[in-house]
Design a protein around this ligand. Structure first.
Ligand SMILES: *Cc1c(COP(=O)(O)O)cnc(C)c1O
Length: 357
């Protein structure tokens, strides 16, 4: 008997979510965003789910991009932050990788390239997020410089939205970015998941869905199922002990939950060292043998407690879904003051992985 926690990856869900996402922008290509180990789902597992359908892939490290090439991936691969040094810029040619160019330094690294094998670059515009990119004022000069580099071929004009998922929207950033499009005569790549689903005028030539591929909504007002998405990750474990907690007694560290009435509590083999957020509030949802319940008390390193008071059938061995098809990861994230993105990326290496089709 091993510790019963596991994380399941559902490849068919990733594929379904990709096809559904791409259908939101039928005239555009969709490059699947695979950074952070495919948002914690496993880089190669996610790629295998998408290899025969995806238009292209986008990720962060050149090491990961090389793993895709070595796995036989032929599609375009774009490094979202471009090269981190001159050697990487050279390796991009060798592995036929594209990448963002967001700084003067990166332009200078391309100077050694050859016109025979130019690197495909996406000129990154800082349209207001103030993270990476050339400002709209700097953009024409940067574009002219890049176009003068034999080692570079400029294939897209790129930006990234800070608020595509919320009420602030994209109007301000789009208003700064849009005037650059016609003079550059470049294809556009601007839309993340939220802009793909909510701001069709930003679709351009290439959309870059990330979070939706993994079955998580980027919006606070609609969940994944409401968008037609399927959970691609299930974190589950089992109850390993049951406690009868008399009214007035507390559960777990810090006495965060004091029982108002007699309670029945199940102890689950999952804790913050597995990636479950320690800060999750009382009542953060779980499903026990498919029935809704919530966590009680503070999450420990290796265990957490769930309320079984209304679930008399549940006991030792009952399956507890922490997130997945029965428990939207967005709701767990809301209970912990974070986003599904962070939870997916944080599942600990010690959790055994099972990959389904
Ligand atoms: C992460 C990322 C995306 C995908 O964002 P989601 O919100 O997960 O869809 C797209 N573009 C860039 C530049 C990114 O860094």
């Amino acid at each position: 008997m091993t510790r019963p926690i596991q994380v399941e990856i559902h490849r068919a869900a990733i594929r379904h979510n990709y096809l559904l996402s791409r259908a939101q922008a039928p005239q555009a290509k969709a490059y699947a965003v695979l950074k952070a180990n495919a948002y914690g789902h496993g880089l190669l597992d996610a790629v295998q789910a998408l290899a025969d359908v995806a238009d292209g892939f986008a990720l962060l490290n050149i090491e990961d991009a090389v793993r895709l090439r070595e796995a036989g991936i032929q599609q375009d691969i774009v490094l979202l932050e471009g090269a981190f040094d001159a050697e990487e810029a050279a390796a991009m040619t060798h592995y036929r990788l594209g990448g963002a160019v967001h700084s003067q330094q990166q332009i200078s690294w391309l100077a050694k390239g050859s016109a025979k094998q130019p690197v495909s670059v996406w000129l990154k515009i800082n349209s207001g997020m103030n993270r990476l990119g050339f400002t709209p004022a700097e953009a024409p000069a940067a574009l002219a410089q890049l176009r003068a580099q034999p080692g570079a071929r400029v294939d897209a004009l790129m930006t990234h939205f800070a608020t595509a998922d919320d009420d602030y929207g994209v109007a301000e950033q789009w208003g700064r970015f849009q005037p650059l499009i016609a003079p550059s005569a470049l294809p556009v790549s601007a839309a993340n998941s939220a802009a793909l689903f909510r701001h069709p005028h930003t679709h351009g030539a290439i959309v870059r869905p990330g979070i939706v591929l993994y079955g998580c909504s980027p919006f606070a007002d609609i969940d994944a199922a409401g968008l037609g998405l399927q959970a691609a990750m299930t974190l589950s474990s089992r109850i390993i002990a049951v406690q009868k907690v008399p009214a007035g007694d507390a559960v777990g560290y810090g006495r965060r939950l004091v029982a108002e009435r007699d309670m029945r509590v199940g102890i689950v083999a999952c804790g913050y060292a597995d990636g479950y957020p320690r800060i999750a509030d009382n009542g953060t949802p779980v499903a026990v043998d498919g029935l809704p319940s919530g966590i009680v008390g503070r999450v420990s390193m290796d265990m957490l407690a769930v309320d079984l008071s209304a679930l008399p059938q549940a006991g030792i061995g009952s399956r507890v879904e922490l997130w997945g098809p029965q428990v939207p990861i967005e709701q767990v994230a809301a209970g912990a003051g974070t986003l599904g993105y962070e939870l997916m990326c944080a599942v600990a290496p010690r959790v055994p992985r099972v990959v389904n089709n």
